[in-house]
Design a protein around this ligand. Structure first.
Ligand code: GDP
Ligand code: MN
Length: 383
């Protein structure tokens, strides 16, 4: 789950990372009252899960009430890269002397955590990585050893932060590491990490991505889910207990087994199409599970065809076929469905589909043929 800035800052605050005082506002009137309470100048910030809000007009300084009214009116409802702003975060403005960058992520290839620190903050870090990679100091942290104060100091020094910012940055880096580890995050990022004109270091922005697999030990995360941006399709899938990941293509995918589901995505790509999702229905390809899976895919407006790829090992293909037809009785599905049922009882399964005799449900004998057919339909080239 990706947190929006103010949630990320609340998370940071638990670990003692300094942030500016502020509050949320969902209306212009709320923004005005929060700003008045905080005192001027303030910053009015769009709370959407996307970077580059500043450039898109979603972060504005306001010196007085009239400016808060103006900026809050403009930013609420603003569309930033497809995310419509419904909530603002208003905080006391900071007098910035310098903008830096600090983050922790997992380096899967190295099997270690990775700290990145740079004196080029407040800008797109991917761009810095492209154009001047030497401007980003990197430090691998072994999870068994943890992050020592000396190692934190070394990476801050390597990054070339101004001397007066060193102590503050080291302190924040140690806290950011604790937030990342104990807070079960996949990513904790501060951009910009600022040095203020009066010599303090603090977090002016927050990007936090929580590891969903750790949700069981964080009941407090439920509060975030109320506003954290979760894909609607993923929300529905989760409520139905399905392993689903939303993507942005036009071919809906249902497969049994994570490996087969991933291969199905690859094959759809191979024949020139693009998958709308990953969905693994596991071993239980019965009518209930099929109905749930089809229902979730049905809510996706980009889907033009659905590819069901089942390998019958323990699960029997004829049961799957009956499950699909039973599901179709229960939910209206907008797109044609292409089936590849292979393995145990595949002949019976194809007979069941043929007998059903609907041109909404098509059967193909192989994975590649089914993928081709689904992609042709999705692209309006055939049925
Ligand atoms: P992003 O564009 O989505 O990453 O949003 P940020 O929260 O990082 O804000 C973008 C930029 O706005 C920062 O890099 C700062 O330059 C500026 N900014 C944000 N807060 C303040 C503030 O309190 N004072 C000043 N002077 N500038 C700010
Ligand atoms: Mn930022």
């Amino acid at each position: 789950m990706d947190l929006v800035e103010y949630q990320g800052k609340q998370y940071f605050a638990r670990y003692g990372i300094p942030i500016s005082p502020g509050d949320v506002a969902d209306t212009v009137a709320e923004a005005e009252s929060v700003a008045t309470r905080l005192g001027y100048p303030v910053v009015v910030k769009a709370q959407v899960q996307v970077g580059g809000r500043g450039k898109a007009g979603g972060v504005k300084l306001a010196a007085n009430l009239a400016e808060v009214t103006e900026h809050a009116s403009n930013i609420l409802g603003l569309d930033i890269k497809g995310h419509v702003v419904r909530r603002l975060w208003i905080e006391r403005a900071t007098d910035i002397a310098k903008e830096y960058y600090a983050s922790f992520t997992l380096d899967r290839a190295a099997k270690l955590h990775l700290a990145m620190v740079s004196s080029r903050g407040g800008v797109d870090i991917e761009q810095v990585a492209d154009t001047e990679p030497e401007a980003i100091a990197r430090l691998h942290v072994d999870p068994l050893d943890g992050l020592s104060e000396q190692a934190a100091r070394d990476v801050v020094t390597d990054a070339g932060l101004d001397a007066e910012a060193h102590d503050g940055a080291v302190d924040i880096l140690l806290k950011l590491y604790r937030c990342y580890i104990e807070g079960d995050a996949d990513l904790t990022e501060i951009n910009p990490l600022t040095l203020t004109t009066d010599g303090r270091v603090h977090a002016l922005d927050a990007k936090v991505s929580l590891d969903d697999d750790a949700a069981f030990r964080h009941p407090e995360w439920d509060d975030f889910a109320d506003f954290g941006e979760i894909d609607e399709r993923e929300r529905l899938a989760k409520s139905k207990g399905l392993q689903y990941i939303g993507l942005d293509g036009s071919v809906g995918i249902i497969a049994n087994g994570a490996g087969l589901a991933m291969s199905t995505l690859d094959v759809v790509n191979q024949v020139g199409g693009s998958a709308a999702n990953f969905l693994d229905i596991g071993g239980g390809a019965n009518a209930d599970v099929m109905a749930s899976a089809l229902e979730v895919i049905n809510t996706d407006h980009n889907v033009r065809a659905i590819l069901v790829n089942i390998f019958g090992g323990i699960v029997r293909c004829d049961e799957v076929a009956r499950g699909i037809l039973a599901a179709l009785d229960r939910v209206h599905i907008g797109s044609p469905i292409v089936l590849r049922l292979d393995g145990t009882n595949e002949i019976e399964a194809r007979a069941i589909i043929a007998e059903y005799g609907s041109d909404q449900v098509l059967s193909e004998p192989t994975m590649i043929a089914a993928a081709r057919r689904a992609v042709e339909i999705a692209e309006g080239r055939g049925r």
